[in-house]
Design a protein around this ligand. Structure first.
Ligand code: CP3
Length: 378
């Protein structure tokens, strides 16, 4: 039977509710930094390993067992729903997703059919179901955001300049709009099906939106993103929105009304708080390269992140500002989780006034307040 998650620090923090310590998880926590991941994957192609539910279940659980993080993230990839509807996508090791026949014209739109998760990607739903049975922490389901998926489709692979993507956005606004709406629909269908099978939170990774100007984001990406998030609202699970290089976009991204905003390492969290207002929780944002340093340096930087999050309690989740780098020593991450948990049971970190969500008003906190919970971990 699925675990009772009502006391989950992660879910409560997503909702801006009091927790007795700050929850932690890491983007890309399941991956090449773990020796047990490299061993389990072996030579199996990443997309093939995702279609093997037993393997994907095992890999998702690895960081939970090793690190004691407060949430699991499904082992899958943002390209999987596209593969599932027949797009010729593969993932080149060390490079990223490759599509041999990129999207360049209106004719290509017909290649994007509606996603039927139960029949198109049953393996993902089986993995989610397996995990919901055994996990004692929430499972985060996820999907790629419309801009990032469009960029892989249009470029045919990873890009530094996104030139084909931005050219299509400028020269074919109607086609662009239709493409983004279709990709948002695919994300909605995928995320709905993950929640139906037991995911208790969702993250939309629109990783590469930071390449856009605020005006371009507002006109060309925000409408499909609002559509995406509003369609997920009825699922009643926390919805996290994440992108890289979003400093100038955060106030616009907030208009999509996610429950949680993922912040990259370049924006101090108190500034992110100013930009997104008081009704959205924050997640982030230790620089992933900091985790390559000796542990005393990691602690110094993590402490700075916690201090900068103080205006966000209790709506705050510790994470990195982007994914774990493959060269990260797993022992450092394990000690980092312990550090954040221990450090944040100390009330001096919780001076924030909370996030003022209707129905879940953040409790006012002042220096010298007594703890409401005595237990170190709940
Ligand atoms: O632990 C987790 O975070 C869950 C698994 C996960 C993967 N991909 C597995 C994976 C998640 C959440 C993703 C999302 C994803 N995939 C994003 C958004 C997150 C981000 O990093 O911004 C993006 C942009 C992709 C596309 C993609 N897939 C890239 C750029 C790469 C890297 C290529 C490489 O080899 O460095 C992948 C491959 C991939 N997806 C790996 C993993 C663990 C590494 C490849 C491997 O293990 O062989």
């Amino acid at each position: 039977m699925a675990a009772d998650l009502s006391g989950s620090a992660f879910l409560n923090a997503c909702r801006g509710k009091e927790t007795s310590y700050t929850p932690v998880w890491f983007m890309r926590q399941a991956g090449r930094s773990l020796p047990e991941y490299r061993q389990a994957r072996g030579d199996v192609d990443i997309l093939a390993s995702i279609t093997n539910s037993d393997l994907a279940t095992e890999i998702t659980l690895q960081p939970i067992q090793r690190y004691g993080v407060d949430a699991a993230i499904l082992f899958s990839d943002i390209m999987v729903p596209l593969m599932a509807i027949g797009i010729d996508v593969r993932i080149a090791q060390g490079k990223g997703p490759i599509i041999d026949r990129p999207f360049r014209s209106k004719r290509d739109l017909s290649r994007l059919r509606k996603l039927e998760p139960e029949t198109d990607m049953p393996y993902v739903l089986e993995t989610v179901g397996n995990l919901a049975e055994v996990l004692q922490v929430p499972l985060i389901g996820f999907a790629g955001g419309p801009f990032t998926l469009a960029s892989y489709l249009i470029e045919g692979g990873p890009s530094r300049t996104f030139e084909h993507t931005l050219a299509l956005m400028r020269t074919e606004p109607l086609l662009w709009h239709d493409l983004l709406e279709k990709l948002a629909e695919i994300a909605v269908a995928s995320l709905q099906s993950q929640v139906a099978k037991g995911a208790s939170a969702l993250q939309v990774f629109d990783s590469w939106i930071g390449v856009l100007t605020p005006d371009a984001y507002r006109r060309n990406v925000l409408p499909a993103t609002i559509h995406l998030f509003s369609n997920l609202a009825e699922l009643e699970v926390p919805r996290i929105y994440f992108g890289v290089g979003t400093g100038e976009l955060l106030s616009l991204m907030a208009l999509a009304e996610p429950d949680v905003m993922g912040i990259d390492w370049r924006v101090p969290l108190y500034k992110a708080r100013e930009r997104i207002g008081r009704s959205i929780a924050l997640q982030g944002n230790l620089d992933p390269t900091a985790c390559l340093a000796p542990f005393n340096v990691v602690v110094e930087e993590a402490r700075r992140v916690l201090l900068q999050a103080r205006t966000s309690y209790p709506g705050y989740i510790f994470n990195l500002g982007h994914g774990v780098l493959p060269s990260t020593n797993p022992d450092i991450l394990k000690r980092l989780v312990e550090f954040v948990h221990e450090e944040t049971t100390d009330l001096s970190y919780k001076m924030g006034t909370g996030i003022g969500k209707e129905g879940h008003p953040g409790k006012e906190r002042h220096p010298g307040d007594r703890p409401t919970t005595q237990s170190k971990r709940s």
